[in-house]
Design a protein around this ligand. Structure first.
Ligand code: SF4
Length: 123
């Protein structure tokens, strides 16, 4: 490759960068929109049962609550999907926050939920 063709190829490549960035940005928006349309997990789902998933882990912290027996215990206090490294927030705030989980694909889990595969997010 001579100097002229090298420069031409370099300029063409650099000029194409914004186009490529725009393409990937648009692709990312489409993917995020698709994620937001995933169905919400239900505790009755087979996957949820397999991982002892509970939608409202806060309830389990109340001593007399029958909710989420697997989540009870001081060793699990403060553990929620929103603090799990396998969780990626997709939408919502507070109690309505939902995200994707690497362990339970195809649905959105609740940020305030929990399962027995919880793994504390590294910050
Ligand atoms: S692996 Fe983490 S994000 Fe997924 S359901 Fe369990 S606690 Fe929630």
């Amino acid at each position: 490759m001579n100097r002229r063709s090298f420069l031409k190829a370099s300029v063409t490549s650099i000029a194409a960068l914004p186009l490529a960035a725009g393409f990937f940005s648009a692709l990312s928006k489409v993917a995020r929109a698709a994620d937001a349309d995933l169905p919400a997990i239900k505790e009755a789902d087979a996957q949820a049962k397999a991982f002892n998933y509970c939608i409202d882990a806060k309830k389990a912290e109340k001593a007399k609550s029958p909710a989420c027996p697997a989540r009870k215990g001081k060793e699990h206090a403060g553990e929620f999907c929103s603090g799990c490294q396998l969780y990626t927030k997709v939408k919502g705030e507070g109690k309505a926050e939902m995200g994707k989980c690497l362990v339970i694909p195809g649905v959105l889990v609740y940020g305030g939920g929990w399962c027995n595969s919880y793994s504390k997010k590294m910050s």
